[in-house]
Write a protein that binds this ligand. Sequence first.
Ligand code: UD1
Length: 418
Amino acid sequence: MQKLIVQGGAKLRGELDLQGSKNSALPIMAAAYLCRGECILHNCPKLTDIYAASRILNYIGCKCSFADNTAVITSAQSGHTAIPEELMQEMRSSIIFLGALLGKNKTGTVSYPGGCELGSRPIDMHLSSFRKMGVDIKEKFGRITCSVRKSIHGAKISLPFPSVGATENIMLCAVLADGETVINNAAREPEIKDLADFLRCCGAKIKGDGESSIVIEGVKELHGCEYTVMSDRIAGATYLAAAAAAGGEIIIHKACVGCMEPFISLLDQTGCSIYTIDDGIYLRSGLRLKAVRDCIRTMPHPGFPTDAQAILMAALIKADGTSVFEENIFDCRYRHTDALVKMGADITVLGKTAVVKGVDRLYGARVEATDLRGGAAMVIAALIAEGKSEITSISHIDRGYEEIELCLQRLGADIKRE
Ligand code: UD1
């Protein structure tokens, strides 16, 4: 079992190229399955979730190879259309492959992606949307078997909540469906736009991505293309939060600055200096951070991202004053707070709300990563704690951060993997 050992107290200084986005690369890899010929995807992050997606692609008949952050995916004309439970369980977002299986083969069998560390993660919106498009769905013993009597047809779908995964799944199914699909109340996350950009490069007809109504006109065929996955806005938020909390001066390159605005505008309230130029973000932090005066409410994009909630919280543990968080996306996303409290933080959680009273000192401790972003929050806390911390269960962190310890070492942190 690997762990991260962090000696707190170092300021962060230096420059970093941001990794490619996990949440973009995963649906784009699923989309490559829909294309005839070869897709070359640059800027794919080296992450366990990406390797899990490669295994699914290989199982369903693609040839997927991976070298130097480039994935080459050649979709086969035939292959399995049922994904075994073991592969489905390897990552939470495996459900995204159902839309791709249906889009291409008009049939597909998957399992529920499993219980999740963020609370229940239902897929009712995914399934009801597929039903509207003419898909027959049978559920038995945790397996979901989908078939189509005639054809998959376009439909007008109004999502009760702008779910990222449901929007992506509908897009994957609709690009090769008969006729027009309209997704109302669609997710507006930047990763949706990246998926649409990739699909357009492959010949899909999509309009409105990035807005609440997405219109997709089904086409007969998609072809391969060469594409560069967008950079990871949550990894970017993590390194900025770490430098803000630890003090120092860093520049992040290859950032999607516009996408990170909801995070940057709140981090700005802590008193550090942040400047953006093209795809670069400069941050300088010296004095004690100030608490964030506005309630930090997680909301669908362009609101404050739930994936950055734990990260910003960790940066505010030692801030001057009290910061208040409200988690509105997932019902169980404060599990990291126990570890932060163990390190000396003053955090009170009541339902959706967490109140963080800034403390003067934090102490190194042995803590266990509870989930991907919660684990990253523990790394940030360890960087600003006195003494040594050990973070275990770091497989959670490796799902989303490419060589987190090397990136932080490059910035001067005292961190190693054992
Ligand atoms: C994606 C991201 C995840 C991020 C989340 C919200 C990926 C791989 N993951 O997850 O990092 O935290 O968006 O920005 O891109 N819901 C339902 N029924 C459904 C679908 C969703 O009730 O059929 C609920 C969920 O339980 C949750 C909320 O909707 O409470 C948001 O979920 P969703 O936007 O779908 O998140 P994911 O796509 O799973």
